[in-house]
Design a protein around this ligand. Structure first.
Ligand code: ADP
Length: 525
């Protein structure tokens, strides 16, 4: 039918006409049916209330004068039974005050009997229905919002520009100990602000009110608030203005009790402090015992050198005087003693060298050009290099901040080993290179020698660790331990990548420094 009044969900709009006058009801019915409404008609309050129980009614057209109820009372009874169904009141001309009262009580509109045209009636019913629907949606939205806030994990507080509290959820009750009924209408200053913060709070509120600014607005902040029992608690707060007009006339805050977090932070700090104290204590002890050990190694090696030199001296004398005069075994024994002595002297010197690393003056640390260091090392090893027909290739070398003598020693030990542990059937080749990563230089010394079984790649950096007998390769087993100590006292690491028979790459790192604008050296970050 043309002009049918359809609802959004494809049903005709149903009007309940409440009218005790048969004629009037007929007029309304005909008018509304013609316009495509569905119409139901009841004549008294009792019937309306019954009908509204089953509802399905979209709008009520209500005459206030019914046989069993009159005036505004009729409206209130129907309104309460209708549970949100929009009502348009029909009132007599001399009853407009009552109609107004109904409007204030929630009626959607009113019409004066005899004055409203048919068109007006229809328009009025449609608007009433539409408004009713929007209001219903608003009410439901508000209910949902209230439910969310009520069940929020955070405490929620709403207050106006004077600090008067207008909203307080269940979590706020738990957090602050105030029940909603008792705190609504009270002021923040009299309830949850600790007295020592009152003047700052008043200043804040004044700024909020006059200029709309606060350091708490629109960001997370931490502050101390007070519970009803006077106990203070730390909270995290997010404060938002609620803008219903141009200016914010009220504010809301979500707060979270962070006592547990604070407690944890406090305990963590205590733990860290304790740990730091223990580390300090331990480092102190280690430093002391290290220094003592170093001292011991120095004295022991010095003192040991004395008797060995004596043995060496007398063994040499023995050899000179009696070689050929004793039997052949005796000659051999004298050679063993001499050999043992010279190895002992080398060992003692190596131990001494190891003990003295890192003990030199800080001033010995300077900018060291590694290219120059390598030139010196290759000159020192010249004879060995030529004799073994070793090819040495040196790549780009940086300048580092280091102890120069120790850098010479480090490269010399690694290159010396690369020559010493060369392969039996190929000329030795050694490649020395460097590479920068974020804050350190990585140096590598690669050879094509006999290689190392990966099982021992960690062990060889220990003192006296050797993988071969002294008859096969001479040595003390201290060279790599010295390298390790040099690298570590420069804040670096040393390791080897190798396979038996396939050469080795020794790698070590040295911190990268640069000269700061004020001339100081600083680590490259
Ligand atoms: P050593 O005085 O025995 O050379 P180091 O401390 O310098 O003492 O080396 C420890 C051991 O590591 C050596 O005995 C050797 O077995 C192994 N090694 C060191 N450098 C190399 C290398 N370039 N190739 C193969 N093995 C090596």
């Amino acid at each position: 039918m043309k002009g049918q009044v359809k609802l959004p969900y494809e049903r005709l709009m149903r009007v309940l006409v409440v009218e005790d006058s048969f004629t009037q009801a007929q007029i309304h019915q005909m008018n509304l049916l013609r316009r495509g409404f569905q119409v139901e008609w009841v004549t008294n309050l009792h019937e309306v209330l019954l009908r509204l129980q089953g509802s399905g009614i979209d709008v009520v057209l209500l005459d206030l004068s019914l046989p069993d109820s009159r005036g505004i009372d009729t409206f209130f009874r129907v309104r309460d039974a209708g549970r949100g169904v929009p009502i348009v009141v029909m009132s007599a001309l001399d009853d407009e005050d009552v109609a107004m009262e109904a409007l204030h009580g929630g009626a959607q509109d009113y019409l004066i009997k005899g004055q409203a045209s048919n068109d007006m009636l229809v328009r009025c019913l449609r608007y009433a229905f539409e408004r009713g629907r929007v209001e219903q949606e608003l009410r439901e939205g508000e209910k949902r919002l209230r439910l969310i806030i009520e069940n929020s994990y955070d405490a929620f507080i709403a207050f106006d520009a004077t600090g008067k509290i207008g909203g307080w959820n269940r979590q706020a009750e738990n957090t602050f100990g105030w029940q909603t009924e008792e705190i609504l209408g009270m002021n923040l200053a009299d309830t949850i602000i600790p007295s020592r913060y009152l003047s700052a709070h008043k200043r804040d509120m004044f700024n909020l009110m006059t200029r709309g600014v606060s350091k708490l607005l629109n960001r997370r902040a931490e502050m101390q608030l007070m519970r009803k029992d006077g106990r203070e608690i730390p909270v995290e707060i997010a404060l938002f203005p609620v803008r219903t007009t141009d200016v914010s006339d009220s504010f809301c805050a979500f707060l979270h009790d962070i006592s547990a977090r604070r407690e944890m932070e406090k305990r963590n700090k205590e733990w860290n402090d304790e740990l730091e104290r223990r580390v300090q204590e331990r480092t102190g002890e280690l430093r002391r015992s290290n220094a003592e050990l170093q001292q011991f190694a120095k004295i022991a090696s010095h003192d040991l050198q004395e008797p060995i030199r004596a043995i060496q001296g007398y063994a040499q004398l023995l050899g000179k005087r009696y070689k050929g005069k004793l039997d052949t075994d005796a000659n051999e024994f004298i050679d063993y003693i001499l050999d043992g002595c010279s190895r002992m002297v080398k060992l003692i010197q190596a131990v001494l060298q190891h003990a003295s690393i890192g003990t030199t003056d800080v001033k010995a640390v300077q900018f060291v050009d590694c290219r120059v260091v390598l030139e010196e090392v290759l000159a020192n090893l010249k004879a060995g290099i030529e004799e073994s027909r070793t090819r040495v290739v040196v790549g780009e070398m940086p300048t580092v901040v280091a102890n120069r003598t120790e850098m010479v020693q480090l490269f010399q030990n690694l290159i010396g080993n690369a020559i010493k542990y060369r392969g039996p059937d190929r000329d030795p080749e050694i490649y020395i290179s460097s590479e920068a990563n974020v804050h350190e230089w990585v140096f590598s010394v690669r050879d094509n020698g006999i290689g190392i079984d990966p099982r021992y790649t960690d062990k060889i950096f220990d003192m006296f660790a050797r993988l071969h007998g002294k008859t096969q390769y001479s040595g003390t087993g201290i060279g790599l331990a010295i390298c390790k100590k040099i690298v570590e006292t420069h804040g670096g690491r040393i390791w080897v990548e190798s396979e038996l028979g396939n050469g080795s790459i020794f790698l070590f790192t040295i911190l990268r420094f640069r000269k700061a604008d004020d001339g100081r050296e600083e680590v490259v970050q």
